[in-house]
Write a protein that binds this ligand. Structure first.
Ligand SMILES: NC(=O)c1ccc[n+]([C@@H]2O[C@H](COP(=O)([O-])OP(=O)(O)OC[C@H]3O[C@@H](n4cnc5c(N)ncnc54)[C@H](OP(=O)(O)O)[C@@H]3O)[C@@H](O)[C@H]2O)c1
Length: 225
């Protein structure tokens, strides 16, 4: 069944990836702080998606609050440092049945490499930070997509063969997002557990990036075998 997928920060690299991969089956709303930037990105993604899939996709743009109000699934594709400023204005506006997804990685670059901000500074994980702004306390929040590179996601012609860790407290919501992950050919959802374990998925990104740099790899992903 088609569901409207809204992407907050949809003008960024990951936002394009989500839009391009799900536009074949679902209407997509691209959100931005700037409506004109959202419309421009949406038009460009739609042109590219139509050409690749050979069908007319439905990708439109709007402000972040407009997108939050009109989405069945809402992806928060924004940097960690902007969670509070962005979520305070939009998460109280989502519909009751809306599932919120966080791919947000709390990570910083230091002389040592990429480090995990919650461990280094005692700060909240992304999952905890987002949950604090939700009317249901984060029950409808699912953390996923931390270990797939935008470079791989943004071009549907690139073949994928990766696992995506999924954490959340509500079975209906995690099942729904696992279904959306499975719709993307070559991605397999791997449940890790409840939201309080989301830090394990979030920390996998600095792990991957450090391995990538030290071992001269290009945009690695994770696959459990
Ligand atoms: N890049 C990857 O390969 C990758 C992989 C896994 C997970 N992630 C995570 O996915 C999320 C999105 O990644 P990304 O690389 O697409 O991020 P990004 O390009 O840095 O930012 C995405 C969008 O967020 C909005 N934004 C930027 N600064 C903001 C601010 N100060 N306040 C509110 N909105 C702001 C911008 O949209 P507007 O200016 O249009 O509002 C921007 O296009 C991040 O949390 C990242 O950690 C990324």
């Amino acid at each position: 069944m088609a569901k409207t997928v809204g992407i907050i920060g949809g003008t960024g690299g990951m936002g394009k990836g989500f839009a391009m991969r799900w536009a074949r089956n679902h209407p997509i709303l691209i959100g931005s702080r700037d409506a004109a930037r959202a419309a421009e990105a949406a038009a460009a993604y739609q042109k590219e998606a139509d050409a690749i899939y050979g069908v007319q996709t439905d990708i439109t743009g709007g402000t972040n609050p407009e997108v939050a109000e009109n989405s069945d699934i809402l992806i928060l594709s924004i940097p960690y440092g902007n969670i509070d400023a962005t979520c305070a204005g939009i998460l109280p506006r989502v519909g009751d049945g809306c599932t919120v997804v966080s791919p947000i990685v709390p990570m910083e670059k230091t002389d040592a490499g990429f480090e995990f901000i919650p461990m280094k500074h005692g700060a909240k994980t992304s999952h905890e930070s987002v949950a604090a702004h939700m009317r249901d306390g984060g029950r409808g929040l699912v953390s996923a997509f931390h270990v797939i590179s935008e470079k791989k996601l943004a071009n549907p012609e690139v073949k994928l063969d990766y696992d995506i860790f999924v954490c959340g407290d509500d079975k209906l919501a995690t099942d729904e997002i696992c279904g959306f992950i499975s719709e993307i050919e070559g991605l397999r959802p791997i449940l890790l557990g409840p939201g309080k374990l989301a830090y394990m998925a979030e920390i996998a990104t600095p792990l991957l990036l450090n391995a990538m740099i030290r071992n001269k790899m290009r945009n690695p992903g994770i696959k459990l075998v």
